[in-house]
Design a binder for this molecule. Structure first.
Ligand code: COA
Length: 260
């Protein structure tokens, strides 16, 4: 599939997916969401993709939200369908993606843009980044998981404040809120994130897949995360990566994981 709204660049197994509608501040229209879904699906089955970095094109925005022009005349049923489909094909998919996903937030991350960053496994931001969930200023609420993931990450009170005020926080406040793990200059954002991705890629991606599943189990209703951890822990013992990792350690050499 040829993409029109995103760019893909794989360097040494680190796939950078750039949302590329800078004239609309990379707002997520239907096509862009579909293309992102496709890009993630391709990345899932591509053995040459180890870690994914999600970012926005241009100097101003990561993603300035869902494309408001597309849903301003929707009925309640259409609104519900928009949220349900988006959550299924992109936001939940990214959150549960079996390979690490890092959001490199390079500017405005608003509404669906912040929700996309929240769905990533963790976030790095540049100093100029601004984050918020402005939906109630439009008469709607976050529909791509923001009411659930923001409180999980920053705590209920801060999430309530951000959602109710519809305001933006800057990168240093986002760091203080643990909404982002690191803040860099605008110039250094991608290189910094890439270095972190490379470090991750040197570990066992089979074990990381299990770790993602176990960590996410903590946020699933009716699921006992400790039991999932035990199951995944046991599963690791049957992998070639585990044999390589432990053998390499005992032989005082660096592990070269086969990825199985
Ligand atoms: N949906 C559709 N178009 C959007 C958009 C969105 N979420 N965010 C920005 N755009 C478009 C603008 O309409 C404008 O298009 P135009 O040049 O054809 O008129 C273009 O992107 C540039 O945005 P502009 O508003 O001129 O930039 P700015 O620097 O003055 O303001 C923002 C930047 C981010 C403060 C402002 O664009 C904004 O508030 N966007 C909407 C944020 C939002 O509410 N998102 C949640 C959606 S649920």
């Amino acid at each position: 599939m040829k993409f029109e709204n995103i760019l893909n660049d794989n360097q040494d197994g680190i796939l950078t997916i750039t949302i590329n509608r800078p004239s609309k501040l990379n707002a997520l229209n239907r096509d862009t969401i579909q293309e992102l879904h496709q890009a993630f699906q391709d990345a899932e089955s591509d053995e040459y993709v180890k870690v994914i970095i999600l970012t926005g094109s241009g100097e101003k925005a990561f993603v300035a939200g869902a494309d408001i022009s597309e849903f301003s005349d929707f009925s309640p049923e259409e609104g519900k369908e928009l949220a349900a489909k988006g959550q299924e094909i992109l936001f939940d998919y990214v959150d549960n993606f079996p390979k690490p996903v890092i959001a490199a937030v390079n500017g405005f991350a608003l509404g669906g843009g912040l929700e996309l960053a929240l769905a990533a496994h963790f976030r790095v931001a540049s100093e100029n980044a601004k984050m918020g969930l402005p939906e109630v200023s439009l008469g709607v609420i976050p529909g791509y998981g923001g009411t659930q993931r923001l409180p999980q990450i920053v705590g209920k009170g801060r999430a309530m404040e951000m959602i109710m005020t519809a305001g933006m926080i800057d990168a240093s406040q986002a760091l203080q809120y643990n909404l982002v793990n690191h803040v860099t200059t605008q110039d250094e954002l991608l290189e910094f994130t890439h270095q972190m991705a490379s470090k991750i890629a040197g570990n066992s991606l089979v074990a990381i897949k299990s770790a993602i599943k176990a960590v996410n189990a903590n946020y699933e209703d009716g699921v006992n995360g400790f039991e999932i951890e035990i199951e995944e822990f046991g599963r690791c013992f049957g992998t070639a990566d585990f044999r390589e990792g432990t053998t390499a350690f005992l032989n005082k050499r660096k592990a070269d994981f086969p990825g199985e």
